[in-house]
Design a binder for this molecule. Sequence first.
Ligand SMILES: [Zn+2]
Length: 303
Amino acid sequence: MIQQGNFLLLDINEFRTWLQKQKVTRRIKGLQVHHTGSPNYSTRKMINGIAQQDHFACLEGMRNYHINTNKWKATGQHITLFEDGKVGVSLDRDLNMTPACIYNNNAGYVGIEIIGCFDKGADTMTEVQRKATIHLYAALCERFYVPVNTDKIVYHAWFTASGTRLEDYTPGKSSKSCPGTAFFGDGNTIGTANKNFLPQVKAELNRLRNNISNATPITTKPKDDEPMTEAEKLQMSTLEKTVKQQAEWIKTEKEKANMECPTWAQEAYAYYKDYIKDAKGSYDFWRMLVIDYRKENKIKASK
Ligand SMILES: [Zn+2]
């Protein structure tokens, strides 16, 4: 693990342990999937599969573009995944900050950029990067209880430029082809995600949960889509139900809200802040928010 400038560079095998140590007070509901387009394997100056450009130079270059050209306050994404499996963590966009990656669809998401241009005819993802991608998404799903499906693991291509979710990648309507029309060897559609990418993430998640080996990415491609166990299904549906109830309840309560967030509710407020428009509510609203916060985190801790 090396820290330099505005980034931390990890080996993929260090990522899961690093992630488990992070204190995340924002509620994470999903993960975004992006390719960088540029930088890509050409700008990385790949010779025989090895990039000649320094990792930090590449990361700082993106940050510079996001800040000086896009006028964002920091690097857009939280995490960048390199062609050699190294993971760049943005120190100026920690996991408690909302990413700037999909217009109007960033709240509650982790922004991940995979280095390369995976459109048809462009870069072919290295085997190391392919395995690292699967492991990275599985580790994030494990840490944040993100269900492995196309509602919660989203490709940029499934949104319009104004942030409307589409049924699928739709050339002409999608804001971008990102993560590439040949992402993971086949494409950027809902169908290819369900057939190829997500089953591999699911299998890796299963492997991590069963502690088959602590932090080594998978070495072989799984044959089948591993179904969730009954316990996992129950846990997932309980969690989703709780979150849905909370969202509805927060909405109703907000209508009779007036009290500023009291000190004892600030931790819970920080956790749900993406779902609450401003810091005002009745005494009961704040009390219940704290109860829900404790309940949800106990569910997570009891895993
Ligand atoms: Zn994108």
